[in-house]
Design a protein around this ligand. Structure first.
Ligand SMILES: [Zn+2]
Length: 296
């Protein structure tokens, strides 16, 4: 399978146990599904149910011609989706798009059997206190820790989601991080190490950093790639909320509650091959080191 990988990270403290976690979320997008996938995410941005075509500019919006859209609304539909920034007083559009994206996540894999057209992601939380950081070396310790687990997530997906097939990574995308971008290890380390593994083919040997806010880009290609970073950010945000309850905001609970039935299955029955939610070997959430963790 040929894929592109979109990665976002999170740092969270479990206030009940005072445990610090680094969370890494990777979305694996089959290149044969990419266009359909992003078109769907964009289509869900439009508040008019009768329109299924998204345009970045208001002047091209099909609904503007039918007077069903206003410039002000169109701008809101076009904003970055960022779980952390959702508030009660956030514009209705942002809350609604976030809910629609999560509903789409729940629905999509149920409706498709072609494995080239499914949504794949893997999320790993690392208990930072349980890591003996000195084990990883003294220089750039955090980067080395991150490198190791980033690679582990991707390899985990290769061995579990895409077993017995050629694993071609067309490109690695990572949410913008100046620290990682400027590191003299991170941008090339994982692509190069993975390239040495049998059955892995790396097409671009450095990591591409992207801004999750597509409005900072002029080119459509970049705007589209940013949608996937927003999508994995939203999934990561929901899981943070379910596992650690960092925010009391009602809208955050509402959105994570939509995701909850799928999370519960992934968490409690990770080996359930027959679930209609079709997550087995497609979607995975885990904690390192392995331990049983309870959530509210
Ligand atoms: Zn519009």
């Amino acid at each position: 399978m040929e894929i592109e990988i979109f990665t976002d990270e999170t740092f969270i403290v479990d206030k009940k146990t005072n445990t610090e976690y680094l969370g890494i979320g990777c979305l694996f997008v089959p290149t044969s599904f990419k266009k359909e996938f992003v078109d769907k995410l964009l289509e869900l941005r439009c508040m008019n149910e009768n329109s299924d075509t998204w345009h970045w500019d208001f002047k091209n919006c099909l609904n503007s011609k039918a007077k069903l859209c206003k410039e002000k609304w169109h701008k809101l539909n076009n904003k970055e989706i960022h779980y952390k920034e959702l508030r009660e007083k956030s514009p209705h559009h942002l809350k609604e798009i976030s809910k629609r994206w999560i509903k789409f996540l729940l629905q999509h894999n149920q409706n498709y059997s072609d494995k080239n057209k499914l949504i794949y992601f893997k999320i790993l939380y690392i208990d930072l206190k349980k890591l003996d950081k000195t084990f990883f070396g003294n220089e750039e310790t955090d980067n080395i820790v991150y490198n190791r687990f980033y690679r582990m997530v991707i390899l985990g997906a290769k061995n579990f989601f895409f077993k017995d097939e050629k694993f071609i990574i067309k490109e690695f995308f990572h949410d913008k991080s100046s620290e990682k971008e400027l590191s003299n290890i991170f941008p090339w380390n994982t692509p190069n190490k993975l390239d040495k593994i049998e059955d892995v083919d790396i097409q671009k040997d450095t990591i591409t950093f992207i801004d999750s806010n597509h409005n900072n880009y002029a080119y459509e290609k970049f705007k589209k790639n940013a949608q996937f970073i927003q999508f994995i950010d939203l999934i990561l945000g929901c899981i943070n909320q379910i596992l650690f309850q960092p925010a009391k905001t009602q809208i955050k609970n509402e959105i994570s509650n939509i995701y909850y039935p799928l999370f519960k299955k992934i968490w409690e029955e990770p080996n359930n091959k027959n679930s209609h939610l079709n997550f087995y070997r497609k979607q995975d959430v885990s904690i390192f080191p392995k331990e049983k963790m309870y959530y509210q």
